[in-house]
Design a protein around this ligand. Structure first.
Ligand SMILES: Cc1cc2nc3c(=O)[nH]c(=O)nc-3n(C[C@H](O)[C@H](O)[C@H](O)COP(=O)(O)OP(=O)(O)OC[C@H]3O[C@@H](n4cnc5c(N)ncnc54)[C@H](O)[C@@H]3O)c2cc1C
Length: 388
């Protein structure tokens, strides 16, 4: 199976890609992509429109069974959705958070009631789910998290702060990690809860970021939750978080973003005759080859997910390698466009609608989101190579 996916898409997968490409090439989607690129003020509305259009066609969550709004297909089709959204200029954040991470986790670990309640609206693009792990004092080392669930009758009350999360202002609920049981072992006693984001006791405020989208600070002040809101088992959150990170760390999304930018650069280089200069063309060809390698690594992880055998070390390699390509791609863009690459989407003279400028602002986050490059190298060195 892994070899099949590495060799390319099969006929059904290729047909699925054709279907989603056709929808994403519609005029209404192109208009939405332009509204998103011209941020502000229309980003969220335009973004959600596209999600509803895709959802109505059953294209958002192809890997889920039909009764939850999917098509009963596999991880390859799910990866194709992320790739094609990015290719069409529609940000993939909501897709990754709502479908690839939260939705997939509920599919595997949720109760039937949780699945029936939450999966269909996510698959239809009607709702957004987010992830609340990172805290002001802990990100890479989530075992240090301080958000606590205090016992309250037959449930708990949650108290704590979560930061650098995306889309929480627009989401209906989040998967939130909190400490249920005190333990001398920091990884023990963590539980994952489904936290309703629009309940009293949840305060969400934007935190500025370099990118077009802001982060959020979510302050949780005594929200009451019960057993029905627990994902999996109480105190089993550490295992689930590590499982969930495998869903997130295929490298598919980071590769897709770098590929979109490199394709722009290659097209412009070809159109301006720069490719006839070997001194210029050879480094670009090398970069192109590296992105093909990143794609192959990412799809190897997709195949592992499909086979039900994700590999944390290989995922770390794929995520690290794909996310490290953003910078050389952006440098190649700067080299080609010169200072025009710094013109924003608001400037009518910006090449390619300011995509490179936006890419420059987002580029550094590739090395941070979903686990930093240093942490990926640490995982490879320790768990993979046994070096430490
Ligand atoms: C675009 C984006 C989207 C995000 N979305 C979400 C989201 O939806 N939900 C959510 O909960 N979080 C989200 N995050 C937060 C992200 O998960 C954290 O930023 C990340 O885990 C790093 O944590 P930190 O920011 O606390 O940095 P720290 O962990 O404090 O790290 C600071 C620096 O120290 C280095 N470092 C840390 N530990 C080690 C080590 N053991 N060895 C070597 N170096 C180390 C890191 O590499 C980094 O350079 C997002 C971040 C970004 C950039």
């Amino acid at each position: 199976m892994i070899q099949d996916l590495m060799a390319g898409l099969d006929e059904a997968q290729a047909a699925f890609r054709t279907e989603i490409r056709a929808l994403l090439s519609q005029e209404r989607v192109r208009e939405s992509a332009a509204r998103i690129a011209a941020y502000p003020p229309d980003t969220e509305a335009a973004h959600l429109d596209v999600r509803r259009w895709l959802g109505a066609e059953g294209l958002l969550a192809p890997a889920w069974p039909a009764q939850y709004g999917g098509r009963g297909l596999g991880a390859a089709e799910a990866a194709l959705v992320t790739e094609e959204l990015t290719r069409a200029g529609i940000p993939d954040d909501v897709q990754v958070l709502s479908i690839d991470i939260v939705g997939m986790m509920l599919l595997h670990e949720g109760t039937e009631t949780q699945r029936k309640t939450h999966l269909p609206p996510l698959a239809a693009g009607e709702q957004i789910a987010t992830v609340l792990f990172t805290e002001p004092e802990c990100g890479s080392d989530l075992s240090a998290l301080r958000t606590r669930a205090e016992p309250d009758g037959d449930g708990w009350r949650l108290y704590g702060s979560k930061v650098y999360n995306m889309k929480s202002r627009y989401g209906e609920f989040a998967v939130c990690a909190a400490r249920t049981t005190a333990s001398p072992v920091p990884m023990h006693g963590i539980t994952l809860f489904l936290l309703p984001l629009r309940s009293p006791g949840v305060h969400v405020e934007p935190v500025p970021s370099l990118g077009n989208d802001t982060f959020n600070l979510v302050v949780i002040d005594g929200v009451r939750l019960t057993e029905a809101d627990v994902v999996g088992q109480v105190d089993d959150g550490w295992r689930l978080m590590n499982e969930l990170l495998q869903l997130e760390r295929t490298g598919v999304d980071f590769h897709a973003k770098a590929r979109r930018l490199l394709d722009l650069v290659l097209d412009r280089a070809a159109a301006t005759g720069r490719l006839s200069d070997p001194a210029y063309a050879v480094p670009l060809a090398e970069l192109d080859a590296k992105l093909h390698a990143a794609h192959a690594l990412a799809w190897q992880q997709v195949a592992r997910l499909d086979a039900g055998s994700p590999d944390p070390v290989r995922s770390a390699m794929a995520k690290w390698y794909a996310s490290e390509q953003a910078r050389p791609v952006l440098d190649a863009g700067l080299d080609l466009y010169g200072l025009d690459a710094a013109l924003t989407a608001w400037d009518g003279h910006a090449p390619d609608g300011g995509l490179l400028e936006a890419g420059y602002r987002m580029g550094p986050s590739h090395r941070l989101a979903s686990g930093t490059s240093e942490v990926m190298l640490y995982l490879i060195a320790t768990n993979g190579l046994g070096l430490l």
